[in-house]
Design a protein around this ligand. Sequence first.
Ligand code: ASP
Ligand code: MG
Length: 295
Amino acid sequence: MKFGGASLSTAHGMLKACQIVKEYWVKQRVVLVVSAMKGVTDRLFEVATLLENKQIKKAFFIIDEIKKTHIKTLHEVDKRLQAVKIESELINLISRLKNFIKNVSNKKITRARIDYIVSFGERLSSPIVANALEMCGMTAYPIDASFIIATNSRFGNAVPLYKESQQYINQILFPLIKNNVIPVVTGYIGFTHGGCTTTLGRGGSDLTAAYLANLLSANALYLWKDVEGFYSEDPHKNKKAKLFTKLSYKTARNLAKKGAKIIYYKALTPVEKKHIPIYIKSFIYPESSGTLVAD
Ligand code: ASP
Ligand code: MG
């Protein structure tokens, strides 16, 4: 299952996500894919632009704001003293990002470097979510997808490679899943043969979740959203938008290609290949049935 940035934007949202996961986890094995917290990827793209314009101070200011938001959310979710272990992990990640920026500040800002910078949103959210799951009585472990999702080197829009990724998933994810540990995988990111971080395109966490569903032959893929499912139009903008209860992969793909933002259109292919049903559901009203996308 995958939670998007909107569901992870507050401590309340994260705890709600944990409740949902727990309901499934007591009955079946769960793999989680997480996006960056809401707005963080956009801010990291700003950091990359500032770096290109040699405005390092401003770039660091944004990074410090990102750091504060994550640490604040971490402690709002987990009031125990031991949360400081996760805090030091977050600080570590932020230092890695800042050091990278310092090192490349006089170099050309390539697409590969931008991918590395914008990958930090998911890298920061996954340890907080894994810790929240643990706090709610589950066993979870954050996984950086730049060790499991092998891709080509089309930076900014990389395509995952099934065969190569399968091997890493067998080695890294299977032992966790077998022992009922929930892997909390960073969406959106992967890595090239040469070991560089790649990203799968904006909204790419859906694609990570879809690939994992395929490679793990999952029973179902759940996408938890801030709306009740797949609508004919954006329900935030048009109150008369109609909720689809069921859609074929083909119709969903066409609607997504035409601009429906609820799902990244590329995410439909890996699940369709294995006839895995997709449930698009609201994390605010998880009991409502949402939209089923299937054959
Ligand atoms: N965080 C990435 C983005 O904002 C990926 C995603 O949210 O699916 O595009
Ligand atoms: Mg996002």
